[in-house]
Write a protein that binds this ligand. Structure first.
Ligand code: SF4
Length: 354
């Protein structure tokens, strides 16, 4: 059965698969690796312009290793999940320092690099060197869970182990590079999350979910708890030159290492913001203007952001230091910024765009 699974998939791929994505050109481990990391949690169409800009600036692992973290984050700005960018940078430095700039052709050594898990390591081996290795990303989990009607949420170890066993069973020993792309493409183009096109699927002859008309029940979703809600005041503090105070976030945690706007605890009332600015930032401000609030959702909570514009009238002590800098909004937009801050800086005078 497993050879026939791979064979059918490869025949389908030859006719319908994606063969001209930017990371298919000049294919090497570095280019495959960057694409794999960008594609985690992000759709191909979104990734393409980021990938091309990233490659233009960091064409090889040495260029990435030598870059400033800020610049790497800036090229990631908008893709979210910024730990991916920080790990990417660390891993590039490790490849240069410990492997003379050559990615190791070895699953365990690849997995030892920051941010590279079992599936990503396998994708690099298969796609860069055509070495037999099995991937199990979100698309592949969905195809296999349906084809074999694997019950349960893939985040559970037993379910995941079962899916890995099927992934390995089906991986052929030849044309592994094409097979890897084929199974990802099938998941993205045919066996989609909500509307699988089973009629045109090369696997429908013996797909268990198709047979029982239960495709959309697999894989089982995680039991979602209601996400907690948090609030914050986000301040656009403007000096007489129209410059805004920007702060760099601590290196770990939410938006780690990115530049953001100063925030205040939601426990402060709307009429206490000027006093809080003095206390926390040493700034005298007035004329608070409340912009429309909006919600940003992280994987584990909702953040209700209440933006407020304030005018700087004076200082109570010296302000600027390495992690807190006044920037013109145009310059600020060139920094590595979280998506909601970018949105605020791009449309501060057009609140209806928020
Ligand atoms: Fe997915 Fe349908 Fe193909 Fe089964 S037949 S693998 S459910 S698209």
């Amino acid at each position: 059965m497993s050879q026939s699974f791979a064979h059918r998939l490869l025949c389908w791929y030859d006719q319908h698969g994606r063969k001209a994505l930017p990371w298919h050109e000049d294919r090497n481990a570095y280019r495959v690796w960057i694409s794999e990391i960008m594609l985690q949690q992000t759709q191909v169409a979104t990734v393409i312009p980021y990938y091309e800009a990233f490659m233009a600036r960091f064409p090889n692992v040495e260029a990435l290793a030598q870059a400033d973290t800020d610049e790497v984050l800036q090229h990631w700005s908008g893709l979210g999940y910024y730990a991916r960018a920080r790990n990417l940078h660390k891993a590039a430095q490790q490849v240069v320092a410990e492997h003379s700039g050559q990615f190791p052709q070895d699953q365990a050594k690849l997995e030892a690099l920051p941010g590279i898990g079992r599936s990503t390591a396998a994708a690099i081996l298969a796609q860069a060197w055509n070495i037999r290795a099995s991937i199990l990303d979100g698309n592949v989990k969905r195809v296999l869970a349906r084809y074999h009607t694997v019950a349960g949420w893939p985040g559970q170890t037993a379910v995941l182990n079962q899916l890995w066993a099927y992934a390995e069973q089906h991986t052929p020993s030849e044309r592994v590079r094409d097979y890897t792309q084929a199974i990802m493409d099938l998941g993205a183009m045919v066996c989609t999350r909500s509307r699988p096109d089973c009629e045109h699927c090369p696997l429908h002859g013996d797909c268990q979910a198709f047979r029982h008309n239960t495709a959309t029940l697999y894989p089982a979703p995680k039991h979602r708890k209601t996400l907690p809600e948090k609030q914050t005041w986000m301040l656009l503090i403007e000096d007489a030159n129209g410059h805004l105070l920007m702060e760099r976030r601590p290196p770990s945690g939410i938006w780690g290492g990115l530049w953001s706007l100063p925030e205040l605890d939601p426990a402060y009332g709307a009429d206490e913001l000027e006093e809080a600015c003095q206390r926390h930032f040493g700034l005298r401000c007035d004329a608070p203007e409340h912009l429309p609030g909006f919600r940003h959702t992280f994987s584990h909570y909702h953040l209700d952001i209440q933006p407020v514009r304030l005018s700087l009238t004076g200082y109570t002590h010296v302000q600027e230091h390495q992690e807190r800098v006044w920037h013109h909004p145009t310059t600020a937009l060139t920094l590595g910024l979280p998506a909601p801050v970018r949105k605020l800086l791009s449309a501060p005078l057009q609140p209806e765009l928020l």
